[in-house]
Ligand binder design. Structure first.
Ligand code: C5P
Length: 298
C-alpha cells in the first residue's frame, strides 16, 4: 500500500505590496514569502475511495477541501498512475488566518503524490499545476524564501532568510481574502513597502535590514473590515516588539525578532494578554527539503 507523511509548513509575508488591479479581477502583487516552523501534518494512504479526515471541525470534509482538490487534480492529470487516496489532516495552522494553511496542505498533497506515485514532476511543473487551485499554492510547493509576483503564483527563489523568531497572534475570527482585496483602494495607498530593500537584506544575510523592510499594504483594508486586528497590532507593539505585521490578508499578526531570547521573553509577556499566542521561527531549505516521508509500498 502506498503511504506517505508530509509536513506542511505555514507561511508569512515579510513584504506584501499590491501594484494594481488587473482586468481579470485579481491584483498584481509583489510579495516576499517565508515558510515558518508552524505546520500541519498530512498522511496519504492508498484506499478504496477518495476520503478525507481531519482533527479540525472547522474544515470542510468534502471534495471542496483544497487538499482533496489536489488529489482529484492529480488523478485527472495522471490518470491510471494515481490511486484513490485517504487523506488525513492533522491541523495546527489556524484556518482563514493569512498563513496559507489550506494552500500548504494542498501543496503537500501534490508533493506527496509526486513522490509515492513516482511521477517525476519538477518543481516548476508542480507549481504550474498548483497555480490552477490558488494563488498562494505555488509558493508552498517551493520556498522557504521566495519572491511571488503576478497574482502571487509566479515564484522566484530568494536567498534563505537568516533565522528570525516569531510570535503570532490569530484573532478568534477569520477574514475573507476576496473581501480584503475588494475593499482595497490601491490608488489611495500613499506608501508602498520596499520589496527591494527586503531582497537586498536577504542577499546580504542582514536580519536588521529584512526586519526594517517589513510591510503589508493589505493591513489598512483588513483593519477597516475588522478593527480588532489593528487593536491587536497596536497591543503587540505596546507590549515591546518593534517589528509587527499582519500576514497576508490577515487576520494573523506576527512580531519578528532577530534573537530567540528576545522572542521568548516577548512571548512570555504577550501570553498574559493573548493566551493563544504561538512562538515559532522561520525555516531553512534543509528542513523544507525533508518534509516528505515516503513509506513506499507497505
Ligand atoms: O487565488 P485565490 O483563490 O487564493 O484568490 C482568492 C481571491 O482573492 C480571488 O478570487 C481574488 O478576489 C482575491 N485575490 C486578488 N489578487 C490576488 C490574489 C487573490 O484579488 N493576487
Amino acid at each position: 500500500m502506498l503511504q506517505a507523511k508530509i509536513t506542511a509548513y505555514a507561511k508569512i509575508n515579510l513584504v506584501l505590496d499590491v501594484l494594481r488591479k488587473r482586468e481579470d479581477g485579481y491584483h498584481e502583487v509583489a510579495m516576499v514569502m517565508q515558510a515558518v516552523d508552524l505546520h500541519d501534518t498530512i498522511h496519504l494512504k492508498e484506499a478504496e475511495r477518495n476520503w478525507i479526515t481531519t482533527n479540525n471541525r472547522h474544515i470542510p470534509m468534502n471534495m471542496n477541501n483544497l487538499a482533496m482538490r489536489a488529489v482529484t487534480l492529480m488523478q485527472r492529470e495522471f490518470s491510471g498512475q494515481v490511486p484513490k487516496l485517504e487523506v488525513t489532516l492533522e491541523k495546527q495552522i489556524p484556518v482563514a488566518a493569512g498563513m496559507a494553511g489550506g494552500s500548504t496542505d494542498c501543496a503537500a498533497v501534490m508533493l506527496g503524490i509526486n513522490q509515492i506515485c513516482n511521477l517525476g514532476l519538477t518543481q516548476k511543473e508542480l507549481e504550474y499545476l498548483a497555480s490552477q487551485l490558488g494563488s498562494d499554492i505555488p509558493f508552498c510547493i517551493g520556498g522557504p524564501t521566495a519572491l511571488a509576483t503576478g497574482r502571487g503564483e509566479l515564484i522566484e527563489p530568494l536567498p534563505e532568510c537568516p533565522e528570525l523568531h516569531l510570535v503570532l497572534v490569530k484573532p478568534p475570527f477569520g477574514v475573507s481574502t476576496p473581501k480584503v482585496y475588494g475593499n482595497l483602494r490601491i490608488h489611495e495607498v500613499a506608501e508602498h513597502p520596499d520589496v527591494q530593500q527586503c531582497i537586498d537584506g536577504l542577499k546580504a544575510g542582514d536580519k536588521a535590514q529584512v526586519l526594517n523592510a517589513m510591510g503589508n499594504v493589505l493591513e489598512r483594508s483588513t483593519f477597516e473590515l475588522q478593527p480588532k486586528v489593528e487593536q491587536i497590532k497596536n497591543g503587540m507593539l505596546a507590549c515591546g516588539a518593534e517589528h509587527v505585521l499582519m500576514s497576508g490578508s490577515g487576520p494573523t499578526v506576527f512580531a519578528a525578532f532577530a534573537e530567540q531570547s528576545q522572542a521568548e521573553q516577548y512571548y512570555n509577556k504577550l501570553r498574559r494578554q493573548y493566551p493563544g499566542a504561538v512562538l515559532t521561527r522561520t525555516i531553512s531549505k534543509k528542513q523544507l527539503d525533508e518534509r516528505v516521508e515516503n513509506y513506499g509500498r507497505k
